[in-house]
Design a protein around this ligand. Structure first.
Ligand code: SAM
Ligand code: SF4
Length: 346
């Protein structure tokens, strides 16, 4: 559907968990609590929302988290989302730590692409950022995924450490020479713990890249649904993308909404505005304990049932119509989003 500014909304990021096996300093540092499992959407509920989204014109779904691969049966959910008429692509964003283990089941489930987050190839710095010594596992995951033939993107947040060597962007960029993967740099956004960090300005990064790689030129081929501006470098198999939310605002082309793991549909990263779809879903439903400390919602009807779908469609479309024109990262005092990125899903 179109929002009130005429933008087509066809992309939904779905966070399936607020749990993670890493503790990235800017996202989920040590000490952040997780929510009670009963407050996290069940797969059936996510499926119901995705069916409704497809009816409203959502064509691409990104499964995110927390770390999506720590949620049991993540691959099964991907298969469920793939079966929804109208959904053309289901992709995943992961920190890559468990990718070696889950690559085969993900491919079997029909995942259309995998984004792997990696901010540095320096082992000490990786541990400093994430709290874990898992760099080698992530690199193996990148290699295996790229060999599988599925589209792979590596995402690195551009953190300006000021006193240190920064996110050592060049060695991350070199992954696009070594493997057929696109590498994208993402300006650090002042959301959650990201507020405690400075972003590298991508205009400056682009100048550094031009000096380092004199043959660098703009790559206007389509690379997916996102706001990245791509560049090609001679001898590289993949392209380099810059996602510059702070120094290259792209809100006029924004095509997305975000579903948090607790079922809140967000229409802009910067503002808390949206709608609580969990409330819409669970209104009038019975809750029962499964015996293992988990709770189950006993729906009297199936996720595609007309009345439930009508209620969801009304709530979702009204929220999309209220989607703000643009973010306000340049005036941090106006940011109303207080959730952490681990809740939102990036
Ligand atoms: N755990 C998965 C991962 O790391 O890819 C998925 C969830 S994570 C929240 C999704 C993406 O958001 C990651 O690429 C992460 O680096 C990015 N991210 C987290 N906080 C951010 C911030 N403040 N600004 C920009 N990107 C951020
Ligand atoms: Fe976990 Fe991803 Fe957040 Fe890092 S960025 S803490 S891997 S959810």
């Amino acid at each position: 559907m179109k929002d009130s500014y005429g933008r087509t909304i066809d992309y939904m990021r779905i966070s399936i968990t607020d749990r993670c096996n890493l503790r990235c300093k800017y996202c989920m540092p040590y000490g952040v609590d997780c929510v009670e499992p009963r407050n996290i959407l069940t797969f059936e509920e996510i499926w119901a929302i995705a069916i409704c989204g497809a009816g409203l014109g959502i064509r691409h779904v990104k499964v995110t988290g927390g770390e999506p691969l720590v949620r049991k049966d993540c691959c099964q959910l991907i298969q469920m989302l793939k079966s929804i008429p109208g959904i053309e692509k289901v992709t995943l964003t992961t920190n890559g730590v468990l990718l070696e283990r889950y690559l085969e089941p993900l491919l079997k489930a029909g995942v259309d692409g995998i984004n792997i987050s990696l901010d540095t190839r320096n082992r000490n710095m990786y541990e400093e950022i994430t709290g874990s010594d898992c760099l080698e596992a992530v690199l193996r995951g990148i290699r295996l995924a790229s060999e599988s033939g599925i589209p792979v993107k590596v995402n690195a947040v551009s953190i300006d450490f000021e006193e240190g060597p920064g996110c050592s962007w060049k060695s991350v960029a070199e992954l696009a020479r070594e493997y057929p993967v696109d590498v994208r740099f993402i300006e650090m956004m002042p959301i959650g713990y990201g507020r405690n960090f400075k972003t590298i300005n991508h205009q400056v990064l682009l100048e550094e890249m031009e000096k380092e790689y004199p043959g660098l030129c703009r790559d206007d081929r389509p690379h997916g649904f996102g706001p990245a501006v791509y560049y090609q470098i001679p001898g590289f198999q993949g392209s380099i993308g810059l996602i510059s939310a702070i120094h290259g605002k792209f809100c006029e082309n924004c095509n997305r909404v975000r579903l948090t793991s607790q079922g809140y549909l967000k229409t802009c990263l910067c503002f808390e505005d949206g709608v609580n779809l969990r409330e819409v879903l669970r209104e009038g439903q019975a809750e029962s304990e499964t015996g293992s400390g988990h709770w189950k919602w006993r729906y009297q009807s199936c996720p595609g049932e007309t009345m439930l779908q009508e209620r969801l469609a009304e709530a979702m479309s009204q929220a999309i119509l209220r989607k703000p024109a643009a973010h306000c990262f340049e005036t941090p005092g106006r940011i109303t989003e207080m959730r952490n990125m681990v809740d939102i899903g990036g």
